[in-house]
Design a protein around this ligand. Sequence first.
Ligand SMILES: C[S@@+](CC[C@H](N)C(=O)[O-])C[C@H]1O[C@@H](n2cnc3c(N)ncnc32)[C@H](O)[C@@H]1O
Length: 247
Amino acid sequence: MSTNALYADLSIYYDLMCTDIDYSAQSHCIQRLHQIFGNQKKQHLDLACGTGAHIRYFLNQAYISTGLDLHPAMLAQAQVRCPEADFILQDMSDFNIGTHFDLITCFLYSLHYNQGIEKLRTCFDSIYNALNPGGIFCFNWVDKYKINNKHFVKHHLTYENALFTFCSRWYYSGQGEMQALRLSIEKAHPDHTYLWQDEHPMVAMGIQELNDFLQPHFEVHLFEHDYDKIVPWDQVSGNAIFVCIKS
Ligand SMILES: C[S@@+](CC[C@H](N)C(=O)[O-])C[C@H]1O[C@@H](n2cnc3c(N)ncnc32)[C@H](O)[C@@H]1O
């Protein structure tokens, strides 16, 4: 079991793992939320940007985008996909870019990659400092109290004469401030099969707790985790989209 191989040695498979994700719908939804709650300006920062799939959709809508990520192999792919964007190798837990943004995003639960609540706090401080007045920060979150350790998502596809099976699941022990994302990649050829397994430690918190945690610095609005329609969070679902306005 390795940690974060997916973003280093296995990064060539990252986009294959994400073929089921509707990056266009996610980007469009956040752009609509930005139109509603934001300052109508276009300087954009995507934290934990990965291979730049969301940034591509922001550039297409005339945003001036910067991507930040911890792993060079992910940023190298992002630079190829989005040659017009700037990319920065930094840890989002304590970043300083020296410029300000109107919209900061963090997709695919990546904010959980902060390694504990203290790191999450310094990440929010960095975000607050990097936002222009009236700027907003949008991200999605899973509630540690609602994680079902038995639930998983799996999909298969054929690529370069191999059958790939990708599987991911959340795991929370029921105690403490850390949860895990468990991932596996199986690559099956007719005569041999490779299996890689990753376990990513991530910060854990309930949605309501996180809402309270953010309140001193931000005006917070919570929405259902549905990128096709904007609906207020029902206070029950285990996933939510956070919109945080710099107050
Ligand atoms: C699940 S991927 C999401 C990538 C992209 N946002 C997407 O939606 O496809 C998580 C990303 O977080 C990055 N990452 C992990 N820890 C990080 C940290 N402390 N600071 C910045 N990026 C980090 C990884 O390198 C990886 O690219």
